[in-house]
Design a protein around this ligand. Structure first.
Ligand SMILES: [Zn+2]
Ligand SMILES: [Zn+2]
Length: 334
């Protein structure tokens, strides 16, 4: 099979290698379409070290080619979306139901080989049956969508509440749609106006550029009160944390789902004084089925997010385009 093999930082080569054999409890999946994200880029560039050689990629849809012994579901030929993180299942965190926090968690495309290849071997339990009639492209972003479904759940957002999404990348554009599906009003906050038209098309009621004026004023204007009920931060920068805190009302909630590399300096005085609840949200736990349901029901539109598409042979170009401001989600078709 063909696979894009990372031999070291920025040393990515498309090579022909032997197809992996599914072991007991595993499935071999033929990749239909794969998404590229910031995590892949940080592995590619060496910012996030992995053991080499490594096949990156963790957002994908495909068809089950073969299964190993003991596997009853999925079956050969099934179309599946892959949940690319699996926990050990036996540690105290796993047994308490905190599988997303398992310290022995395995991430496909990071700890083991991923989907920038024609075939991938994954545990059968990571395969979610694709809803009939929903095209592969629309299910390709199920993984990042599950991330924001969890974030919105962590924020305990209720219908009629005011919410803000900080960051209008893939996660932000998905989060605002999940918030709309929950019946909330959404203010989208970004550093540039570039994706605001799309944010509005997908359900943001108002957009605001960080440079356009103080965020607390924008939050009061939007909410008609002291600020926003719940803010979902998706940008993953140190500034975004403070932007979220500027938007939230006293007694409100801030959900952090981006992963800033650098520390943020947070004015905790205002957190205490205003009784702001700050919660982290880490990947997903039971949110995959709900993410697919939202796509199948048409509550979340994912296709407008896919701005580019490349064959596996052009994967170097796919990584370059990922960094261009015009791209949102880059797809790789092996
Ligand atoms: Zn990703
Ligand atoms: Zn565990």
């Amino acid at each position: 099979m063909k696979a894009a093999i990372l031999r070291g930082p920025r040393d990515l080569r498309v090579e022909v290698s032997r197809a992996p054999e599914p072991g007991a409890g595993e499935a071999l999946v033929r990749v239909a379409v794969a998404g590229l994200c910031g995590t892949d880029y940080s592995i590619f560039s060496g910012g996030r070290p992995v053991t080499y050689p490594r096949v990156m990629g963790h957002e994908f849809v495909g068809r089950v080619e073969t299964v190993g012994t003991g596997v009853t579901t999925p079956r050969v030929g099934d179309r599946v979306a892959i949940e690319p993180n699996y926990s050990c299942g036996v540690c105290p965190l796993c047994r308490e139901g905190n599988s997303n926090l398992c310290m022995s968690r395995t991430a496909v495309g990071i700890d083991v080989d991923g989907c920038f290849a024609e075939l991938v071997r994954v545990p059968a339990r990571c395969c979610w049956p694709a809803p009939a009639g929903v095209p592969d492209d629309e299910l390709m972003v199920t993984e990042p969508l599950a991330v924001v479904v969890r974030a919105v759940g962590r924020g305990q957002v209720r219908a009629g509440e005011t919410t803000a999404v900080v960051g209008v990348g893939t996660l932000g554009l998905l989060a605002l749609q999940v918030l709309r599906a929950r019946g909330a009003r959404v203010l989208a906050v970004g550093r540039s106006t570039r994706r605001f038209a799309l944010a509005k098309e997908l359900g943001a009621e108002v957009t605001h550029t960080v440079s356009a004026g103080p965020l607390d004023e924008a939050a009061r204007r939007f909410s008609g009160r002291e600020g926003i009920d719940c803010v979902v931060e998706t940008a993953g920068t140190p500034e975004a944390v403070n932007h979220a805190l500027a938007l939230v009302r006293p007694g409100g909630r801030v959900v952090l789902t981006g992963l800033p590399d650098e520390p943020s300096s947070v004015p905790f005085f205002s957190v205490v004084r205003r009784e702001v609840t700050i919660v982290g949200s880490m990947i997903y736990r039971d949110e995959f089925a709900e993410a697919m349901r939202l796509v199948a029901a048409g509550h979340v539109r994912t296709r407008p997010l896919i701005t580019h598409r490349f064959g596996l042979d052009e994967i170097g170009r796919a990584f370059a385009v990922h960094r261009e401001p015009a791209s949102i989600k880059v797809a790789v078709v092996p």
